[in-house]
Design a binder for this molecule. Structure first.
Ligand code: MG
Length: 261
């Protein structure tokens, strides 16, 4: 028996059975999997929260008070996973690569500024107990945590800090912590592995009520008036980096837990 075109029917049937399974397999593997379709990826909420985090980190979100309640699990997953640590490592690498391009004069005037909280020291243990930034900031309980003096270093920040010292940069620490927290802050920094900073600048009585952007800009301005050249600046808040008297290069480390204007 022959087909209309003269090919034996048995040949056509054999060809179909040979072709169909492979074709079906190739169709299956070429499907684009939708988020959540195989249970390995997250929901629309997680997708939104990744976008929210990017908007917060890039300052597109502007001022915000607490993280969206729908994003608590997503932010917690980020902070407790490898990504948070990796992000600090990559930023430290870029900062160090820039630092190596700076002609350090050797007169002690080439400054690198570091913020402290969420830049050199991590307060993640505190924020774990306070909803990862989903609760409004409560200064009394945070200050009690600061007084404990047990905040660990970010490994990548400590690596960058030590490498900058070796390159001959003068290290200045500029923090929103109050002057009365100087002693516990110094002890905590040393216990975490930091040493050899030139200055630790904290908020004095005259700085109370100033926005972080203004307070930190004024402090940088005073350094410049004294002849320092601010080559680099690392902070977790845009208010660590923006304003006036800004550094030649600023490096923003992540912080999806709180925003300080
Ligand atoms: Mg900070």
């Amino acid at each position: 028996m022959a087909s209309p075109r003269g090919l034996p029917i048995s040949f056509i049937v054999l060809t179909l059975f040979t072709f169909l399974p492979n074709h079906a397999t190739s169709l299956r593997t070429s499907f684009i999997k939708l988020p959540g379709s195989d249970g390995s990826r997250s929901s629309a909420a997680d997708t939104y929260c990744e976008s929210w985090r990017l908007a917060a980190e890039t300052n597109n979100a502007g001022t915000w008070d607490v993280i969206p309640s729908v994003c608590v699990d997503s932010v917690a997953g980020y902070l407790n996973g490898d990504q948070y640590t990796s992000d600090y490592g990559v930023i430290a690498d870029y900062a160090l690569a820039f630092a190596k391009t700076v002609q350090v004069s050797g007169d002690g005037k080439d400054v690198w500024i570091f913020d402290i909280d969420e830049t050199l020291l991590t307060n993640l243990d505190y924020y774990k107990a306070h909803g990862y930034g989903s609760e409004p900031f409560e200064s009394n309980s945070f200050n009690e945590w600061v007084v404990e003096g047990t905040a660990p270093a970010f490994e990548a920040s400590l690596r960058l800090y030590n490498a900058l010292k070796k390159l001959g940069f003068t290290i200045v620490l500029l923090t929103g912590r109050d002057e009365h927290q100087r002693s516990v802050t110094e002890t905590n920094l040393r216990d975490a592995g930091y040493s050899g900073w030139e200055r630790l600048l904290l908020r004095g009585p005259e700085d109370q009520g100033k926005s972080a952007t203004n307070y930190k800009s004024e402090q940088r301005s005073k350094l410049i008036e004294k002849g320092f050249k601010i080559r680099g600046n690392t902070g977790d808040q845009w208010s660590d980096l923006l304003g006036f008297a800004v550094a030649d290069r600023s490096f923003k480390v992540p912080n999806p837990m709180y925003y300080i204007p």
